[in-house]
Design a protein around this ligand. Structure first.
Ligand code: AHR
Length: 519
């Protein structure tokens, strides 16, 4: 990022439209909780070309790869500092049998939920761990509760984590990895109220107790603080059935005996207005832009509902809320297999991502892990690939710009957001968060939701700023996208700012996300 020393630039001040000023005050004297880096987690399901093609091309491929994992995707993800990757699903996890995915001879099975295609199992446990190693990330494994058994999941964990020379540990060594792997996150089922077996909350709670008790992590390096987070299936909406679900699981946990425990509760939220007739990812105007951003902000109510229940049973906030599937879900790209959930990604999604990350950061005391759905080629992806081609999406750029917020300390900001309206929809014009980064700098993110107007930000920092450096991500239109032929339509650009009367004046363009450090 380029550093720009502060100076008064008259031309920039003239550019700012009158009446569009938002005052933001940063209160560094009241630091909040740590914004866990794990809220920037990703999700890679065996779904469409999310894994096969998107990550795994096989060692014989002409596409440059390391042990079958494509190098262009690895390089792009490495630059994102992805903290954890959830795998192998999603709904797929409840149909996954891990023994098909190890050793020299892989099982050929089906993927009935996602297009009914062949699942070659060439990307299995060792390939997943190799992928994590290549991108510098950590494992979030989802075990099969729906169609598997407690014993199958327990064996998988013994295979992966046992240092002691059991038969399963020896089998792992024979398959190329003598040392035990680490599994920091374990998802116990997925959407067990729906694709994961349509269970009642009580039935799931019984399953949870057994998986929690018997599916053990044996890696000696994962004791105490380094212990694995066991994540129970949680809600997927505000409806009564989801309220009952959270109540049942949290109440069950509160009344637990020594023999079982959990450290996280999952929550899923997709930004969709009509599941039967989803919005288009590309063919939209300002009305749909405003509609989707309004819809995504409804996650606030969803989080308040379920965090409220968690607070009742767990006021000490021992249990993390894990938003392990979130993002925009649009109608599939025309001409693609509808079961593959392929969709483009526009500047609207960049704003959607920033708004959600800000919402998670504000609840950092409870939300300690989150995973956008999904990583490559599926739903709100970071990366799209087509054979040897690759393109980075606007959402990718937001995740990259937010890296300084990983493990940063939340700093409160106060502002009057103003309003931006389109037809009957009214949204806050501006959103903002601040944090003290691991680098010691004060970082701010400012999102301007207004599709048409720039906003002048009048920033009171409480300290004298010497320099500011950062980037802004905007686009020619609300529906601008990056394509294989035109991959740089939406790209971050360096910002400029001015010091004025002890304050910082910043002009943020319409429909933009701006992240900068103040020193
Ligand atoms: O991310 C796609 C699917 O959405 C997941 O498999 C499932 O958990 C959710 O319904």
């Amino acid at each position: 990022m380029r550093t720009i020393f502060l100076c008064v630039a008259l031309s920039s001040l003239v550019f700012v439209a009158a009446g569009q000023t938002v005052e933001i005050t940063v209160d560094a004297s009241r630091p909040g909780p740590t914004i866990s880096r794990h809220i920037f987690g990703q999700f890679a399901e065996h779904l469409g070309t999310g894994v096969y093609e998107g990550i795994w091309v096989g060692p014989e491929s002409k596409i440059p790869n390391t042990r079958g994992i494509r190098s262009d995707v690895v390089n792009a993800l490495k630059a994102l500092k992805v903290p954890n990757v959830r795998w192998p699903g999603g709904c797929f996890a409840d149909e996954y049998h891990w023994r098909n995915g190890i050793g020299p001879k892989r099982g050929i099975t089906l993927n009935p939920t996602w297009g009914g295609v062949i699942e070659p199992n060439t990307f299995g446990t060792h390939e997943f761990m190799d992928f994590l190693d290549q991108i510098g990330s950590e494992a979030f494994l989802s075990v099969n509760v729906g169609s598997g058994t407690v014993q199958e999941a327990a064996d998988w964990m013994e295979y992966i984590t046992s240092e002691q020379q059991t038969d399963l540990a020896k089998q792992r060594a024979a398959n190329g990895h003598p040392a035990p792997y680490k599994i920091p996150f374990l998802g116990i089922g997925n959407e067990s109220w729906d694709c994961g077996g349509n269970m009642s909350p009580d039935f799931y709670l019984s399953q949870l107790k057994m998986y929690s008790r018997f599916v053990r992590n044996f890696n000696p390096a994962q004791k105490g603080d380094q212990g694995m987070m066991r994540i129970a299936v949680g809600p997927g909406g505000t409806e009564q059935r989801f309220v009952d679900w959270t109540e049942t699981v949290m109440k069950g946990w509160k009344a637990r005996q020594w023999s079982w425990d959990m450290e996280g509760l999952s929550l899923h939220n997709y930004t969709v207005i009509n599941w039967e007739k989803k919005h288009s990812a590309t063919d939209f105007g300002e009305k749909e832009y405003a509609e989707i951003l309004k819809k995504t902000l409804e996650i606030n109510a969803l989080l308040d509902t379920h965090i409220g229940i968690m607070d009742k049973y767990d006021p000490e906030k021992k249990i993390a809320l894990v938003v392990d599937e979130w993002g925009a879900w649009y109608s599939p790209t025309p001409g693609t297999n509808p079961g593959f959930l392929v969709q483009q990604n526009s500047q609207r999604d960049a704003l959607l991502a920033a708004l959600n990350l800000n919402i998670f950061a504000r609840r950092a005391d409870r939300i300690r892990t989150a995973n956008i759905a999904q990583m490559v080629n599926v739903l709100q992806a970071m990366i799209l690939t087509d054979k040897e081609k690759i393109v980075l999406t606007p959402t990718y750029h937001v995740f990259k710009m937010y890296i300084p917020f990983q493990d940063a300390t939340f700093v409160p900001v106060t502002f009057n957001a103003g309003t931006y309206s389109n037809g009957s929809i009214t949204l806050p014009r501006v959103d903002a968060i601040a944090a003290k980064g691991m680098d010691g700098k004060l970082w701010l993110s400012i999102t301007n939701l207004d599709a048409n107007k720039a906003v002048e930000i009048d920033l009171t920092l409480g300290v004298n700023a010497r320099s500011v450096s950062g980037q802004t991500l905007t686009s020619p239109k609300v529906d601008s996208i990056n394509t294989f032929d035109s991959p740089k339509t939406v790209e971050p650009k360096p910002i400029s700012a001015q010091a004025q009367g002890g304050k910082l004046i910043l002009n943020v363009p319409p429909r933009s996300v701006t992240v900068f450090a103040v020193e």
